[in-house]
Design a protein around this ligand. Structure first.
Ligand SMILES: [Zn+2]
Ligand SMILES: [Zn+2]
Length: 127
């Protein structure tokens, strides 16, 4: 015989970040209703972080970095692609500085048609 009143908030320690988090009575009841007997081993933020990172790829730690010298400041750096003679390589700082503009997320990622020049209207017209 179990009722929700039997549950009490529990303080658990996240195995990923080591922070303590509360496994509430309500969550325990919810877990039990799902037939889960194990307490969660990660805090909510680590759980959601893992969920987000699990889109598609399973763990792929293999990111190859190539040693390179920054064409701007001359510092050694590493890049995730094979450096080429005909292309300057920049360290992170210089790379940021070389960007024309910070990327602003715009709605509508369709690659625009040919030459919309001139009058750009904010107002959307009906077709
Ligand atoms: Zn955590
Ligand atoms: Zn640099």
């Amino acid at each position: 015989m179990m009722s929700n009143e039997d549950y009490q908030d529990r303080i658990l320690t996240c195995r990923d970040c080591g922070n303590e988090f509360t496994f509430t009575a309500g969550e325990q009841a919810f877990f039990a209703s799902k037939g889960l007997t194990n307490a969660p081993s990660r805090c909510p933020s680590c759980r959601s972080a893992r969920r987000n990172s699990q889109s598609g790829y399973s763990s792929r730690p293999r990111t190859e970095r190539y040693e390179a010298i920054c064409a701007e400041c001359g510092q050694p750096t590493s890049v995730p692609f094979m450096p080429r003679e005909d292309r300057p390589v920049y360290c992170d700082d210089c790379f940021q500085a070389h960007r024309p503009a910070p990327r602003t997320p715009r709605s509508g990622s369709y690659s625009g048609g040919r030459g919309n020049r001139g009058d750009y209207r904010e107002r959307r017209e009906r077709w």
